[in-house]
Design a protein around this ligand. Sequence first.
Ligand code: RFL
Ligand code: PHB
Length: 391
Amino acid sequence: MSQKTQVAIVGAGPAGLLLGHLLRAEGIDCVVVERQSPEYVLGRIRAGVLEQITTDLLQRLGLDERLNKEGLLEEGFCLADGERLIRINTYELTGKHVTIYGQTEVTRDLMDAAEDRGLEIIYEVSDVALHDIESDAPYLTYDKDGKEHRIEARFIAGCDGYYGPSRQAIPVSVAREFERVYPFGWLGILADVPPCHDELIYANHENGFALASMRSKVRSRYYIDVAMTEKVEDWSDARLWDELAVRLGPDAAANITRGPALEKSIAPLRSYVFEPMQHGSLFLAGDSAHIVPPTGAKGLNLAASDVHYLSEAFAGFFNRNDNDAVSGYAKKALSRVWKSERFSWSLTKLMHRFPDDGPFERKMQVAELGYIASSQAAQKSIAENYVGLPV
Ligand code: RFL
Ligand code: PHB
């Protein structure tokens, strides 16, 4: 079976689905292929904090009805140093909010609207392979229900996450990778209990990092950092709640409501950038090209800014005969990617205890947190990065 389209998209995570909708809104034909089932994609518990760039895209697409009803507008967040809460009033400092609305919900809204908007998504495909990406007529092949299928396109968008085949299709001879793997992961728990605080708290305690986050006024998301050798099975709910109470400090601890875990898992932390983000007719977007540690809540938002640039590039090419539009994509996207990489890396360094750190590094963290607590300039710099740099 063979079909033709303008843009073939690999991956139906937030990057692939958002790109698909943005292209359909420009009247551009596209098809998305996804390895997993819709239920599996929705079952992955990931991001919770949306920058305005992401909520603006959903609004522009007219897919913000539930977001407006259920999303929580946040005016600030807190850093905790084991003794006190340092509040960063992001709204006062930047005029912008972030919105608490889970990646699961964003994905569900994009999935639910697909049929109405003429966005074709083919789930549960296997053996996706990219062909002739250096030509003007690239194509994808995949298997579904025991048959091989082929999608011919003018462009391929690789939105297939860190482990997908798109990035690997770019020849090693032109590729450059930049990577930092951190010596810990985040153990997360999701529970149907009210949050301990109405804003997020990122804490650097003697025992390690903790984050108090939420999905709604009745659903909380918490994390602590653990060595990658730790096993989820060794963390009973009770042990995890106890450790959170210690690391978040007495004020937050007094307000923690405990409850059974709906989900509990350990995610590794990594900083990674792959260059170039374009090779021939293949364009990478989202986690397929870059990973940030979750400390700055940037991963999903970077996927959104990538596909914003990429949809503009494709719209220029197909709708305005602007052949140069596509060649500017990688440079624009990477410029914002590197700034988000820097912010996520610096917040990770500030808020975690590294096994190799000695007393000097600890004093540096204490001094930096003290500086942030006392300086409006420092708070403003953090705030403008947290709410999202301009696109
Ligand atoms: P995804 O979401 O990984 O989607 C890629 C899709 O491609 C599919 N795929 C394939 N399809 C066909 N054939 C193949 N061979 C395929 N291989 C893979 C996959 O099944 C999948 O559906 O990448 P995308 O779309 O680029 O989106 C990126 C975001 O998911 C990610 O950056 C964020 O979740 C990161 N992140 C956070 N980002 C934020 O902006 N704010 C946050 O608060 C935030 N918190 C987090 C996070 C990530 C976390 N984990 C678990 C990594 C918290 C955590 C714990
Ligand atoms: C989350 O709610 O899952 C979350 C929030 C903030 C982060 C990372 C994850 O920095």
